[in-house]
Design a protein around this ligand. Structure first.
Ligand SMILES: [Zn+2]
Length: 203
């Protein structure tokens, strides 16, 4: 394998990039300005060093805590639970939400061997035990895994209320329909997302 084939193989491992597209990208870089190739390589190699996960919410950030968690203007009584870190900027862009986030790092999917223990659920409960949170908005995709995870979290919150005679009366809500069924939060347009936030329903 020469350098060209090696880079093509690496690119084709990216989501949505087939072998053909990977080849096109590599030729594009090869025929372009070498400065661009070097900048791309530098940014890639520095990525994991520059960006880490926020120790509070789990989203990607250059500073810990992240700018959202550190912002005194955010409403600390509402936590919006999302599947992946990349869902956070999508919701931020809708400008509908002024609370805090919590990134689960996936959804419960027994067939794929992903259980609650693989997700950042323990840390979420810790945040709820702080007593400040009044509402948990589940902004999970309307898929089987999203529904399973939502039910599981709702049950956990109920159990917690029973066990601790709830100092925190946490209400669990879910984004209203309007999101494409089986679709992806990432592809929801801003207006749809704003509507689903305003029309969120108790679960
Ligand atoms: Zn954060």
């Amino acid at each position: 394998m020469n350098a060209l084939d090696r880079l093509t193989a690496l690119f084709s491992r990216l989501p949505g990039i087939g072998k053909k597209t990977a080849g096109r990208l590599v030729y594009h870089i090869l025929e372009g300005d070498p400065v661009y190739a070097r900048t791309l390589a530098d940014e890639l190699s520095g990525l994991h060093g520059a960006i880490r996960r926020c120790s509070a919410c789990g989203s990607f950030t250059e500073t810990d805590p992240c700018p959202v968690c550190a912002d005194p203007g955010r409403d600390r009584s509402i936590i919006c639970v999302v599947e992946r870190a990349q869902d956070v900027p999508v919701i931020e862009e809708s400008r509908e939400f002024r609370g805090l986030f919590h990134v689960l790092g996936g959804l419960i999917a027994p067939l794929e061997g992903i259980g609650p223990g693989n997700l950042a659920i323990g840390r979420l409960l810790e945040r709820l035990r702080g007593g400040e949170v009044r509402e948990l908005i589940l902004a999970l995709n309307p898929t089987v895994e999203g529904d399973t995870t939502a039910l599981y979290l709702q049950k956990l919150v109920e159990d917690m209320k029973d066990a601790e005679r709830g100092p925190a009366q946490v209400e669990v809500t879910r984004l209203a329909s309007g999101l494409p069924v089986g679709g992806d939060l990432e592809y929801a347009d801003r207006l749809t997302l704003s509507r689903s936030f305003r029309g969120r329903v108790k679960v």
